[in-house]
Every structure is written in C-alpha cells, then in structure tokens.
Design a binder for this molecule. Structure first.
Ligand code: TXA
Ligand code: MG
Length: 316
C-alpha cells in the first residue's frame, strides 16, 4: 500500500515493521536500525546477503556521536557542507550499533537525508533508520513510491509517498584513512564538489566480487532487458537492427527509425536532470518488452562519472 500518513508509518516502524521510505536520492527499505529483528526483515525482503552492510539514516548531526566516534576533521568539514544531503560517511562504529547493520565491520555508514518527509519522520522517532535502496538485490533502484510497490507489493506493509526523488542517484560514499578522504561509491555529490572541501580524494570504486563496499559489485542496478552501454550509438543501433531497441539519450534531436522507444534524459544536456530521470527511464524501458536497451556513454566529468558507473554495472 502507498500511504501519505507519516503517523501510520511511525506506528509500523515502532512495531518493528519496515516501510518504503522516500529520500532525495532513491527510495529506501527502512526499519529500526538498532533492532536485530527488524534488520533481519530488511535483509530477507531485499534478498540481500548478510555480508552487505546497511546505511543508518539520522535526523541530524547531533545524533552522530550516538553511533560513531573519532570523527576525522575532513568528515566534519564535509558534514558541515553536505549534510543533510546525499553524502554517506563511513565512520568508526560505537558498540551500540548492531553488527548486523555493519556486517561485522568496524565502521558504520551514516547519512542525514535531505528529503522533507524523511526528516519529518526521523524527527518523530527515537532511533535511526537502517535503509538500503528499496529494490531486490541487483536490480534498478526505485525513484518513485510506485516503483517500490511494483517490486514488493503487499509483502511490504507500506510505502510512504514522497514524490519522485530529486537527485535520482544513490548517495556518494566517503571513508577516511589518516589524512585522506576516500570515495567508495560515486553518487549524487560529485568528486569535484568533495575535492573543493577536502582537497584531492582517492577513488576506490571496486569492481570485484568481494569488495570493501559491496554496493560496488560489478553487476548491479540491472534492468531485466539486455542492456548495452556504447561509445557509438548509431553504430550499435545499426548492428542490432533486427532487434526491438530502446534508447536512453541526452540528445533532444535524437530520432532513428530503427528505434522503437526513446527516453530523453534531459532536454538541455543537464547532467543533473539526466541523473534525476535515469532510473525512472530505465524502469519504463524495462516494461516495454524490448530486446535491447542501448545507452550512449555520458561525458566523464561531474555527475556523468556516477551515471556512467551505474550504466556500466547495469550492462554487465
Ligand atoms: O542514497 C542512498 O545511499 C540510498 C538511500 C536509501 O539512502 N541507500 C543505499 O543503500 O543506496 P544501499 O544499501 O543500496 O547501498 C549502500 C552501500 C552498500 O553498497 C553497502 O555495501 C555500503 O553502502 N556500506 C554500508 N555500510 C558500509 C560499511 N560499514 N563499510 C563499507 N561499505 C558499507
Ligand atoms: Mg542499492
């Protein structure tokens, strides 16, 4: 059920239930982050392996000290600049955080979401919300309440309506080693924005199967339909012209008689707009009974890096 009543959402959460939670990045599958019974429900419904840790969503910076300690200076500067917002911090965990949240790691991932509905709800609760993206393991992340409902139906007691996600890409994940900031997952805050605050960062964007941040699994974010990321859109269309093809593009003038369905991600070459439309467009194309979805590689700067990262993983 998709609901608008925040009090009802609180009631479900207070009774160890889980809900679909709107955030500015993507919808989450949220539950009491300090309660192991609830946490196991999140892992079960998402079919997520227990070695893949969860992000704790907090209502404000003052909550950080309850779950983390020894916060490095760079983390404080980034928190000042980007929280609330789509930046997730890997910090040394406190005893109070269940091992199930962190998959036994010494760090806990925290983030303060910027979505008004998420913040209003968090402010009514006296515990943080653990929430992975609200998609079954490996599939496309949801950016509307309907996407979440389509995935889980009534297996999930409720999805809290919060409109379409403004950012449309998952949060960027940062961790810290000595004086270095490490980016573990590209996302809605670009590397340029982070480097403007803390100087040069290191990118550890893993592609193996046993990664440090398993969100980096090489196959991820995938539609059911075969998906191809290409440097040369026209060439790839020609090569596959016997198939029913759908295209993701940023080119408002794109038109091709061999293509059945086109999703224009931005009318004015805005990477921000393209990012916010990306997953919804993929969900739509995935429902069109196409044989192949083709996307052209995005420019390798700013948000284009994060978009390319997701498209590359979707194409494996
Ligand atoms: O935008 C987002 O971050 C969304 C919204 C709902 O907040 N959440 C999200 O969660 O994308 P999830 O679980 O789909 O991705 C979080 C990633 C996972 O790849 C997980 O492995 C990694 O964060 N992670 C969580 N805790 C970690 C830790 N202690 N150390 C390393 N990686 C961690
Ligand atoms: Mg995810």
């Amino acid at each position: 059920m998709i609901i608008k009543d925040i009090k009802k959402a609180k009631e479900i959460l207070d009774n160890d239930g889980i809900i679909g939670l709107p955030t500015e990045t993507v919808y989450g599958l949220a539950g009491n982050g300090l309660n192991e019974r609830t946490l196991s429900k999140i892992f079960a419904i998402k079919q997520r392996p227990f070695n893949n840790p969860l992000i704790l969503h907090l209502k404000g910076k003052e909550e950080i000290d309850k779950v983390a300690m020894n916060i490095p200076d760079q983390a404080r500067s980034l928190l000042d600049k980007f929280s609330p917002g789509p930046l997730t911090f890997l910090l040394e965990k406190k005893e109070s955080v269940p091992d199930m949240v962190t998959a036994g790691k010494p760090t806990v991932a925290i983030r303060i979401p910027e979505h008004p509905v998420a913040l209003e709800l968090l402010n009514m609760l006296d515990y943080p919300l653990a929430a992975p993206s609200a998609n079954p393991f490996g599939s496309i992340s949801p950016t509307t309440a309907q996407h979440v409902y389509d995935y889980f139906g009534n297996e999930l007691p409720a999805v809290l309506e919060g409109g379409a996600c403004r950012k449309g890409l998952e949060s960027t994940i940062v961790g810290f080693e000595k004086d270095t900031t490490i980016v573990y997952r590209l996302g809605a805050i670009s590397i340029d924005q982070i480097e403007a605050v803390v100087g040069k960062v290191r990118l550890v964007n893993h592609n193996e199967n046993a990664p440090e941040a398993p969100g980096m699994l090489s196959k991820h974010y995938s539609p059911e339909t075969r998906f191809l990321l290409t440097f040369d859109l026209l060439d790839s269309i020609k090569e596959n012209q016997s198939l029913n093809i759908g295209v993701l593009t940023m080119n408002p003038h794109f038109s091709n008689p061999l293509v059945k369905r086109v999703e224009l991600l931005s009318g004015n070459f805005s990477l921000k707009e393209a990012a916010s439309n990306l997953y919804a467009a993929l969900h739509r194309l995935d429902k069109c009974e196409l044989d192949l979805i083709i996307a052209e590689k995005f420019p390798d700067h700013g948000l284009g890096l994060a978009i390319n990262d997701r498209l590359l993983r979707a194409s494996k």
